[in-house]
Write a protein that binds this ligand. Structure first.
Ligand code: ADP
Ligand code: MG
Length: 261
């Protein structure tokens, strides 16, 4: 892939989020250094999506700050932030008229003036991003009619077309088949972007993340390398499962097997 924004340092500084009188995220601090891939893990309702929403400014922290290269994201003008940070969210665009191409082309918006159409360079970037996700043949298909996995790949392509150095991804491997899961995470690594990724699959987190950050009930319960964090004790405490963790003989990566009751 061609040039993109420089990887940034993305940092949550004691971020709390309170909604409807509930503290959903409680003083969470996390740093993703340039080009680091940080996995955000934890059970359903732990606050992963809520924390990530503060990163791309869809939510305002009740206290604390989110910093990109030291700049409070709330103080960076929207277009400028969108050139530095792209997000792949779980909520897909709801516009039924859009083709997959149109959805990916939205990634070019931060580089345009009002009403400026796509130029040849934009088209090339959009088609390259679709091709990178093996979605070139979906370009003209109505986004609305794609399968869950196809939609997910188109949304990742949109973030790619945004050409940012920093990515926030909320369960990007959901709906993807095995190979596309691996391809998506490999792609993030190959881009050299700074990334914070909410992931459910702990084996994927162990294999592709430099660090993992565990949330439970809105609080940080552990953070460190996958080998430091993904221990049977932690998995028992957070997920209430009996798990065995071994080092994979060929990859050296921690391998988690959940044992039946
Ligand atoms: P995760 O992504 O880790 O599964 P979420 O961040 O989506 O968790 O949700 C964390 C908690 O916040 C959940 O209990 C959810 O029900 C609650 N929640 C999410 N959005 C709101 C909201 N707008 N108002 C009140 N509670 C919310
Ligand atoms: Mg979530």
């Amino acid at each position: 892939m061609t040039a993109r924004g420089a990887p940034g340092t993305l940092e949550a500084e004691a971020v709390s989020v309170v909604l409807g009188g509930r503290t959903l995220v409680d003083r969470v601090s996390l740093v993703a250094a340039p080009s680091q891939v940080v996995g955000l893990i934890g059970p359903n309702g732990a606050g992963k999506s809520t924390l990530l929403r503060t990163f791309y400014r869809a939510l305002r922290p009740a206290s604390g700050r989110v910093l990109l290269d030291g700049d409070d994201v709330r103080r960076v003008p929207g277009r400028r932030l969108a050139r530095r940070l792209a997000a792949v969210l779980q909520e897909a665009p709801g516009d039924f008229e859009l083709t997959a191409y149109d959805v990916v082309a939205m990634g070019r918006t931060p580089y345009k003036r009002a009403f400026q159409g796509d130029d040849a360079a934009d088209r090339e970037i959009v088609l390259a991003a679709l091709a990178e996700l093996e979605a070139a043949d979906l370009a003209d298909a109505p986004f609305d009619r794609l399968s869950g996995g196809e939609k997910q790949r188109v949304l990742i392509a949109r973030a790619l077309a945004q050409r940012t150095g920093t990515l926030v991804l909320d369960e990007p491997t959901n709906h993807l088949d095995l190979r596309h899961q691996i391809d998506a995470l490999r792609l993030v690594r190959r881009l050299g972007a700074t990334a914070v990724i909410a992931l459910h699959d702990l084996n994927l987190a162990a294999a592709y993340c430099d660090r993992v950050h565990v949330l439970d009930g809105g609080r940080t319960v552990a953070a460190g390398t996958p080998a430091e964090v993904l221990t049977p004790d932690l998995l028992a405490a957070v997920y209430r499962v009996d798990a065995e963790v071994t080092e994979h003989p060929r990859t050296g990566v921690p391998q988690i097997t959940v044992l039946p009751e």
